[in-house]
Every structure is written in structure tokens, then in C-alpha cells.
Design a protein around this ligand. Structure first.
Ligand SMILES: Cc1ncc(COP(=O)(O)O)c(C=O)c1O
Length: 322
């Protein structure tokens, strides 16, 4: 039988063969657990090649943990994180960021998945007032949850605003590879060079089996992160098998090839469905997601063949991830 294919999520896809091969190749003999091993050192070296040697990187199992623990390292419980009302940290992490950081998340309505300096300025208040939570971090998602991509200027402006107001910029980069490719930038140019302080670096949606990382460009913030990660139940004992997934993705630009392919497939899908009169593309297709309004009666029929999620029930908008 032909293997099933869906447009539900990048996570419905399998693992890149080179990643599986790397896991298999690392499955030799014994090495010390918990990250004190040559495979982890090699993967950290690959991150440093991408982002510069003066960074710290901590691998975790999933994106919710990368976001939650990264934000925990940036905040105190009386502070607040400003994000969009579509942010994964706000809508799809079952309150983990609130539980672990103790912080209030301040959601800002968005029509394209993005925060702007203007919208953040609106939410930035109560500073110095003992009755108010104190804004401490701006969290942006790149690629956004609506498949759009912040321009370098948009990220830089948000970073500048954050830093001018004693705040930090967090980036949920579950799809940072797709964003970098879309912008024609290196991973570093798309993050650190724009002023991001802490990055959740996504491996899973880029072909890994389950590998995410918290990358600190502001190293002061990770002084206690070893303990934060362990207390957050995200310290892998057999760390080598997470590490080699990153090593594979960050070798010979595999991360880039995978992201280019996914983005190209979304562009193709957009091009083809746009030929259908009843289909309306609702957000700019800038990475690997296509959001379309389609006839309501077509949804269930299509889902039987190629499963996908409905993004907005009322408006019959569906999300097709490549
Ligand atoms: C924007 C975004 N951030 C983070 C994640 C990571 O989530 P998970 O905890 O499922 O790995 C996802 C996955 O769906 C996502 O779309």
C-alpha cells in the first residue's frame, strides 16, 4: 500500500534518512550519559559554527520545553511575556509557560501572526507599579503560526524596542530553518544578528526524530540553566541520540535542503490550488504552510484522502502544512 500522506503538520512527516542513519551510527558501545559525551560535544560544535563560539546551547526533547524553559531562564514570576494571541506558547502549550515561569502571558491580537513595535508598545505598561506584572520578554514565532515570516527589519525593530525598555527578545524557532531559507539568510543572520537573546531552535519539524534546543546568545541568562532543564524534566540521559540528530541536520546544509524542499512544496501547493476558483489563500505563503478558505462541504471529503486541520471553523479556513 502507498504510504499515507497528510497536510496536518510537519510533525506528521517521518524522519530524514540521514538523521536515522546518524542515530544508528551512534548506537555503538557505551558513552557517558547526560551530555558528557563526544557526540554532544560535536553537536555543540556544529551549533557554534552556525551561531558563533560565544553561545550556549542546551538540547531538550520538544518545542514546548524549549520555549517554556528558555522563557523561565529569562524571567521572574512577577514578570510578563508579550506575545500574539496565536502564539504557540499562548494557545498550544497547555499553560506550561505560565506554570513553569509563573509569568503572565500578555496576548496581542494579530491578523498575520506578527507582533509589531506599535502593538507591543500598547501592551507595555505598569512598569514600576507594584500592582502590575512587569513586562520582561517579547516572544515572537518565526515562521509565525500563520505561515508568515517576519522581515529582518521587523525583528530588529522589536529587539531594539525590547532592549531599550529593559526587556529581552525570545524567538520560538520551531521553524527557524524555513524562515532563514525564506529570507535567504544564514541561521545566525536570521536570529542572533537581529538581536534575538534566546532562541528555541527547532529540529523536529526540519527532519529530526525529536530534537529541539535552547540557544542562548546572551550567555548571562543561562547561568542556572543546567538545573532549570533538569528540574523541567528535559535532561536526556542518552543525550547522544538527540545530539547526533542536530549534528546530521547541521552538516552539509541538510537543514537548509530540508527547509527549501518544504517551502518549495508549499509554493507549489499554493500555485496549484490557486487555480481553483473556490479557493482563497488567506495569509501570505512565505514558508511551508498554506492557509486557505475552501468550500465548507469539501473539507471532510478532502480530509478523508489527505488529513489536515481546520484553522478557523467559522470561516472554513484550513491549514495545509508541507
Ligand atoms: C510554533 C510552534 N512552536 C513550537 C512547537 C513545538 O511543539 P512541541 O512541544 O509539540 O514539540 C510547534 C509544534 O507544533 C509549533 O508549531
Amino acid at each position: 500500500m502507498k504510504p499515507a500522506r497528510s497536510f496536518a503538520s510537519d510533525n506528521n512527516a517521518g524522519v530524514h534518512p540521514k538523521v536515522l542513519q546518524a542515530i544508528s551510527s551512534a548506537n555503538q558501545g557505551h558513552v557517558v550519559g547526560y551530555g558528557d559525551d563526544p557526540y554532544t560535544a560535536a553537536a555543540v560544535g556544529k551549533f557554534k559554527q552556525q551561531f558563533g563560539s560565544d553561545i550556549d546551547v542546551f538540547m531538550v526533547f520538544n518545542g514546548t520545553a524549549a520555549n517554556t524553559l528558555g522563557l523561565k531562564a529569562m524571567t521572574e514570576s512577577y514578570q510578563a511575556v508579550i506575545c500574539t494571541d496565536a502564539a504557540h506558547i499562548y494557545t498550544d502549550e497547555c499553560g506550561a509557560p505560565e506554570k513553569f515561569t509563573g509569568c503572565k502571558l500578555i496576548p496581542i491580537t494579530t491578523t498575520d501572526g506578527k507582533l509589531t513595535v506599535e502593538s507591543v508598545r500598547h501592551a507595555y505598561h505598569g512598569v514600576g507599579d507594584q500592582h502590575h506584572v512587569q513586562p520582561r520578554a517579547i516572544s515572537i514565532t518565526q515562521v509565525t503560526e500563520m505561515g508568515t515570516v517576519y522581515t529582518p527589519k521587523e525583528v530588529r525593530d522589536l529587539a531594539r524596542f525590547a532592549h531599550q525598555h529593559d526587556m529581552l527578545l525570545h524567538m520560538d524557532g520551531a521553524r527557524i530553518a524555513n524562515a532563514a531559507v525564506s529570507l535567504g539568510l544564514t541561521l545566525r543572520e536570521a536570529t542572533r544578528d537581529l538581536g534575538v537573546d534566546v532562541l528555541s531552535f527547532g529540529g523536529t519539524k526540519n527532519g529530526a526524530m525529536g530534537a529541539e534546543a535552547v540557544v542562548f546568545f546572551d550567555r548571562k541568562l543561562c547561568r542556572d540553566f543546567l538545573y532549570v532543564r533538569k528540574q523541567g524534566m528535559q535532561l536526556a540521559s542518552k543525550m547522544r541520540f538527540i545530539a547526533v540528530q542536530f549534528e546530521a541536520l547541521l552538516t552539509n546544509d541538510l537543514w537548509r535542503k530540508n527547509a527549501e524542499h518544504a517551502n518549495r512544496m508549499a509554493a507549489l501547493l499554493k500555485r496549484e490550488v490557486s487555480k481553483i476558483r473556490q479557493v482563497r489563500i488567506v495569509y501570505k505563503v512565505e514558508a511551508n504552510g498554506v492557509f486557505a478558505q475552501i468550500p465548507r462541504q469539501a473539507i471532510a471529503k478532502l480530509q478523508k484522502r489527505y488529513f489536515f486541520y481546520v484553522w478557523n471553523e467559522e470561516e472554513a479556513v484550513v491549514r495545509w502544512m508541507c
